[in-house]
Write a protein that binds this ligand. Structure first.
Ligand SMILES: [Zn+2]
Length: 339
């Protein structure tokens, strides 16, 4: 397992310090699986201001299509060959087709009341939403649908993470077309198994556990760590599930343990003023013995909060080169308190 970091240094002269020389370090890190590079730079204290949530949320429930008074009136239904009853419903949760689909089997799972503060996303609530999505995946799998290959949950929590609605919801989709980064991981993971006669994910967990620099802890079969080459400006948290190749391999207990870990990570990022995140499932197909199910939790923030400047600029959008504003090892030291 190679953790490669190319150290760089910028020299500049500072006019209001009598042209004193300043040297600023940065690093270009390579993801140990895919070789994707990530910059560690702009070192700053990871602290943001939370907005006035009352002002942000006020009135949004009146037009929210996911609120209980509207969800069954305005959201579409599945055809009978997929979900004969049209939508899946359990307590306050509903699964229906995404009105703006990006694949043939794309659904949205709504849950909870209109607004759930990030720190109120309890393990029970999140596990219930994951289990509900899992019910949808299992039904699709049982029907023998050709898109029942990669079963993915994506989560955009709050607008800075890409959500156009306040109401909590998950993007739930099954596809035979793995998205870019997942496909690159699958290819690299297969190659690693061929070259090393070992599973990359088991080697990664072993190496991270041994060094302890980024490893946060274990909850059941789930192993938590910050990633060596993060995509998020405030780092990324990775959870790898032992012996699980794909989403359908996850037990109810695994889903609860993933939800427990997410709640711990949320509690720590909340202290930094973070109130928004992305979370994606990374899954193999059922036959991908070389792969291990994992999820990545990535907090979302701003480059300039007052101007609303998002944390994705040209470097990330067009080069897919990422910036993280602190060392993942330091971020891990902060998050470890929760584990
Ligand atoms: Zn709502």
């Amino acid at each position: 397992m190679e953790f490669e970091a190319l150290k760089k240094e910028t020299v500049m002269l500072i006019p209001n310090e009598d042209m004193a020389e300043r040297r600023i370090a940065s690093e270009v890190r390579r993801d140990p699986l895919t070789g994707r590079t990530a910059r560690i730079c702009h070192f700053m204290k990871l602290q943001w201001e939370k907005p006035d949530f009352d002002a942000l949320i006020a009135g949004t429930e009146t037009w929210c299509p996911f609120c209980p008074d509207k969800v069954l009136k305005v959201t579409p239904c599945f055809p009978a060959d997929i979900i004969p009853e049209g939508r899946l419903q359990k307590e306050d949760m509903v699964i229906f087709p995404n009105i703006a689909p990006y694949d043939s089997i794309g659904a949205v799972a709504t849950f909870g009341p209109h607004y759930i503060p990030m720190t109120d996303l309890t393990p029970e609530l999140v596990a219930a939403a994951f289990r509900f999505a899992q019910d949808f995946f299992r039904r699709l799998e049982r029907s023998g649908h050709p898109e029942s290959v990669y079963h993915i949950i994506n989560w955009n929590y709050m607008p800075p993470a890409g959500s156009s609605l306040i109401h909590p919801h998950l993007q739930v989709f099954s596809s035979s077309s793995a998205p870019n980064l997942l496909r690159q991981e699958l290819e690299a993971s297969r190659k690693y198994a061929e070259d090393h006669g070992a599973t990359f994910w088991e080697d990664l967990v072993g190496a991270e556990k041994k060094s302890g620099q980024r490893y946060l802890g274990q909850i059941g079969r789930t192993h938590w760590m910050t990633t060596f080459a993060p995509m998020g400006v405030a780092g990324d948290v990775l959870a790898v599930v032992e012996d699980a190749r794909c989403t359908l391999d996850l037990t109810d207990q695994d889903l609860m343990n993933l939800a427990r870990g997410i709640a711990r990570v949320i509690a720590e990022y909340d202290q930094m003023g973070i109130y928004s995140f992305n979370m994606n499932f990374f899954t193999g197909a059922a036959t991908d013995g070389h792969f291990r199910f994992h999820l990545i939790f990535s907090p979302r923030a701003f480059f300039n909060q007052k101007l609303g400047t998002p944390d994705v600029g040209a470097l990330r959008n067009l080069f897919n080169e990422t910036l993280c504003m602190a060392f993942p090892e330091d971020i891990a030291a902060g998050l470890k308190k929760g584990f």
